[in-house]
Every structure is written in C-alpha cells, then in structure tokens.
Design a protein around this ligand. Structure first.
Ligand code: PEP
Ligand code: MG
Length: 571
C-alpha cells in the first residue's frame, strides 16, 4: 500500500479502480524501411482498429451523453476512411521508404496546416478533426493507449496530471466516483467542478500519475487530502466506515434544507450556489440554495466545436431562471482564457495567460460574441430574477464599456418588440486588486459586488492558483486579503448596495465567521457546502464576530488570524 497526500478539493470518500487519464507520448522518429508492404499493412491495421474504436466510442457517447456529443465521432470516422488523406500516406511510404508513423505525421500535418490557414470555419474544424484522428491512429501504430473519458462505463477513480474544465465536463457522474490529480489547488477549476459534480477529489498530489496504474485499487479521501494506492482489506474497511460517517453527517445537515440562513443572534444572510450548467440546479435546490450567486457561463461554450447560438444560450439561461423560481440568479458573462480554453476560438499563445487577453478584455474586443450573450441574457430576463455580472473588471472604463453594450442590446431588443425585464441589476466580480482598492468609486456605478477570492488571492499574493508549489500562498485569512474584502463590503454599504462573495473562501468554515463579522451580505459556494455552512451560521454570533473581524485585520499573519478564529469557534 502507498499513500499520497494532496489538497482536499471536494469532500467525501471514494473507493474504486483507477482509470488513468494520461496523454501518451506520441513522439515520432523518422526511419528508413525496406519492406514497403509491411509498413503499409501496419498503417492499414491501425486504421482498422481506429475505425472500430471510434464506432464504439460513438455508440457509448451517444448512450451516455446524447447524439449531439456523439456527432463529433461521426466526423472522425469520415476522416479515418478518407482516401484523399490515406492514399498520400501510403504513397509516401512507398516513394520515400519511410516508416508508417512518419508518413502519417507528415501527411496529416500538411493537411492540418493547409486547412487551418483557410479563412473558413468548416475547414478549420476539419483541421481539428484530422489532428485528433491522426493522434489516435498514431497511438495504434506506436502501440500506446489514448484515454477517452467520455467512454468510461464502469465505476472508477480518474487519475490525471490535471483535468481541464472540458475534460471534467465530459466525465460521466454515474461512473466517475472520484478523482485525483498531480497538479492544481483548491481553486483550480478541476477542484471546483469536482465539488459541483459532488464527487470526492484530491488535487495537487504531485505524483499520482507516476504512482498509480490503470486498474489499481485507489481510495480518494477528499476530507483529509489522502490518496491510498493498493490498500489492504483493513484500510478499505476503515475508509468504508469513514464514507458512512460522512453520509450520516450529510443527513444531519440535510434537515436544514428549508431553514433560514440566520446567525444565532438573528442576522440574515443569503446562502447561494455557484453553478456551471443548468443540470447543477437540481443540487442547488436539494441543498437549499437561496439563489445562484455565480453561474459560470463559460461551460456553455465548452465541449463543443462552435460558439453557442443566441437561442441555445437563451434556452440555458431561461432554464436556470425558471428553475430558481424567482430567486436571484447572478449570471456571469463569458470568462474564457487562463486555464479555460475553447478549441474553436484560437487565442494567441501567451506567456502569462492568467494575466492575459481573457474574460471581459476579450469580450470587449470580440463584441460579436459578447453581444450574442447579452441578447440571450436580456431575452431570458423576463423568466426570473436575473442579475448580470462582468468578470475580471480592472478599471471603471471596462465596466462602463460593458454596461454600454448591454444598454445598446437592450434598446435593440425593445425596438424589435422583444420583452426585457425592467429591473436587472448589473454588477461586477471584484477579483483584481485595483478594483478592490477603487471599490468606493465603483460602488457609485455598479448595483452589486461579488468578490472572487480565487483570483483576488491569486493576484494579490502573486501566486498562480494552479500551481501546488505556491499553494501555501493561497491565504484567505491573510490580513491583506481581509482588508481588501473589508474595503469592498464597506464601499458597497456606503452606497446602499450589496456585497457578496463567490470565490471558494465563501464556503470555508473558518472564513465564514470573519466574513459574517465583516458584514458580507451574500455567500455563494458549491451547492454541497450550503447546508454545512447554514449549520455553522446558526452557531455564530454576528455582534461578537464584528469585534473579532476588527482584531483579525490588525493581526500580523494568516496563521495568527486562523488561530483567533479557531479559538472563537472552539469556545
Ligand atoms: C473567482 O475568481 O473567485 C471566481 C469565483 O471565479 P473563477 O473561479 O471562475 O475564476
Ligand atoms: Mg475568477
């Protein structure tokens, strides 16, 4: 048995066989060959297996995820059987006496480069198909495995170096019991997705993929951050017990589903949920969410091969608004870039993508994409209590520009005779230090703030949220962070506006007392944290915590702050 330790990213305990989601080494070396027939036969054999494999994946994807998601594999099957692509490969083997892998790589790259350079979406998509399929054929020639998360059809624990948001979106909730990754921190998107999928996860173990092989028995303890590999029977029994105790605890919390979110001394706050897709709503309702404090709409743009249309977006936004039956729903406009990429929207390679051309910066340039989203949101606004929020706002100018585009689209829709809700609050994420510092000025123009501590901490501490080497600097209790938060809350209140928080800090058991003391109005978190936080809230005294928060702001270090909170909670 072996034990790894990482960051407990999503609570619960999962026990199952490992499924390693690791990108294979597809390095190709040019070789001179003598037996042309044998080399061409190698290519034919790889094409045949690839065809069978794609058919199986297509069928499984259709069963697990639906026809739309499976359609991409139909396109891939056309590529494998395209004589215009395959014949030149065979020709190259014969003419130049080179190995099959090299011929495949040369010919496919030639087509990819050609199609990518065309100013035509259809041909750009074909380039992406050829790239994907060639990798698959190449893997068969080289005898290495290409993992396919959407085809998982037995209960497993996924082991990966990292899971991108689109990998995570493809995981089938019925089969993936938990996951563990080499890299990532509590606020990397793989961790956030794990919490919304309600599956236990441990991230940042540094060596999960080196240690764990396909089929090994694995225990993921998302409560402690431990991962046990090849556990003995006694250990398995111990963790089965722990899993049981955790579900018993969850049952206790479940009793609070219809209770108000109120402190021991009668102060009300709103406990809302962060969601990524309309499917997450079920969990929000089941966990007693009083609203949606953050709908990360970028997931609507992922796992597909073209931008979502205005109607597709309208359908999703309307579903969320209706699903929340008039409770507040804060929809964040597209926050793409950083670790969130779209295959069909090539962004320039950047040295520092988290500081780059992303989110509102991109939307203010690609106003075509932005306006489509704004129109869809405005059209959906009559179906519930919509609030619109712009991400990554660094200057007042950006907010004004974004708001002006919203107003323009509103006027356009009204002129077209389309109904739009009269009152739609428009707010911003406060996740860049400049905006926190200028909160008093912003508060005069925005309707609300939602503090995005995942990024606010990253940018204030200059510590990459994806990098476990610097995860010690993810310090929500650092007085520097608390002082910024206080500035934002006070600025909002001074102008009669509300301040919420949708970063992961809002659901942190030791941060909640401080945030209550600082006067935060809305706490938005993974749905699975809501009931636990409601239970905690009922034990807290707001008036006492106001005093504690003042003391915390004057402490010297994050550890000092944590110590005084823990002391308070323990008494
Ligand atoms: C944040 O930055 O705190 C936030 C909520 O946004 P995201 O995690 O999507 O960057
Ligand atoms: Mg953010």
């Amino acid at each position: 048995m072996m034990k790894l330790n990482g960051i407990a990213a999503s609570s619960g305990v999962a026990i199952a066989k490992a499924y390693c989601l690791v990108a294979p080494d597809l390095t190709v070396v040019k070789q001179q060959i003598t037996d042309v027939d044998a080399e061409q036969a190698k290519l034919d054999a790889a094409l045949a297996v690839t065809t069978e494999e794609l058919k199986a994946i297509q069928q499984m994807t259709e069963e697990n995820l639906g026809a739309e998601e499976a359609a991409i594999f139909g396109a891939h099957l056309l590529v494998v059987n395209d004589p215009e692509l395959i014949a030149p490969m065979k020709q190259k083997i014969a003419d130049e006496k080179v190995n099959a892998a090299f011929a495949l790589q040369e010919v496919s790259s030639m087509f990819v480069t050609m199609f990518e350079s065309m100013d035509n979406d259809y041909m750009n998509e074909r380039a992406a198909d050829i790239k994907d399929v060639s990798k698959r054929i190449l893997a068969h020639i080289l005898g290495v495995k290409i993992p396919n998360p959407s085809a998982i059809n037995e209960r497993v624990i996924v082991v990966a170096n990292d899971l991108t948001p689109s990998d995570t979106a493809q995981l089938n909730r019925d089969f993936v019991l938990g996951f563990t990754t080499d890299i990532g921190g509590r606020t990397s998107h793989s961790a956030i997705m794990a919490r919304s999928l309600e599956i236990p996860a441990v991230v940042g173990t540094k060596e999960a993929t080196q240690t764990i092989e396909d089929g090994m028995m694995v225990i993921v303890d998302g409560l402690s951050g431990d991962v046990l590999v090849n556990p003995d029977d006694e250990t398995i029994a111990h963790y089965e017990q722990k899993a049981k105790a955790f579900s018993a605890q969850q049952k206790e919390w479940a009793k609070l589903v219809n209770e108000p979110s109120v402190s021991a001394d009668g102060h009300h706050v709103e406990l809302a949920a962060n969601i990524g897709t309309p499917e997450d709503l079920e969990s929000v309702v089941r966990n007693g969410g009083e609203g949606v404090g953050l709908y990360r709409t970028e997931f609507l743009y992922m796992g597909r091969d073209a931008l979502p249309t205005e109607d597709e977006q309208f359908t999703a936004y309307r579903a969320v608004l209706e699903g929340m039956s008039g409770k507040p729903v804060v929809v964040r406009t597209l926050d793409i870039g950083g670790d969130k990429k779209l295959p069909y929207l090539p962004l320039a390679e950047e040295l520092n993508p988290f500081l780059g051309h992303r989110a509102i910066r991109l939307c203010l340039e690609r106003t075509d994409i932005f306006r489509t989203q704004l129109r869809a949101l405005l059209r959906a606004s009559t179906y519930g209590n919509l609030k619109i929020m712009f991400p990554m706002i660094a200057t007042l100018q950006e907010f004004r520009e974004a708001k002006a585009l919203l107003e323009e689209e509103k006027a356009n829709l009204l002129a077209e005779g389309v109904q739009v809700a009269e009152q739609i609050e428009v707010g911003i994420m406060v996740e860049i230090p400049s905006t926190a510092v200028m909160a008093d000025t912003f508060a005069k123009e925005v309707d609300f703030f939602s503090i995005g501590t995942n990024d606010l901490i990253q940018y204030t501490m200059a510590a990459d949220r994806m990098n476990e080497q610097v995860s010690y600097l993810y310090q929500p209790y650092n007085p520097a962070i608390l002082r910024l938060i206080k500035m934002v809350i006070d600025a909002a209140h001074k102008e009669g506006k509300w301040a919420g928080m949708c970063g992961e800090m809002a659901g942190d058991e030791f941060a909640v007392p401080l945030l209550l003391g600082l006067g935060l109005d809305e706490f938005s978190m993974s749905a699975t944290s809501i009931l636990k936080t409601r239970a905690l809230l009922q034990s807290l005294n707001k008036v006492e915590l106001e005093e504690l928060a003042v003391r915390a702001l004057d402490e010297a270090t994050a550890d000092d702050v944590l110590a005084i909170v823990q002391q308070y909670v323990a008494k």
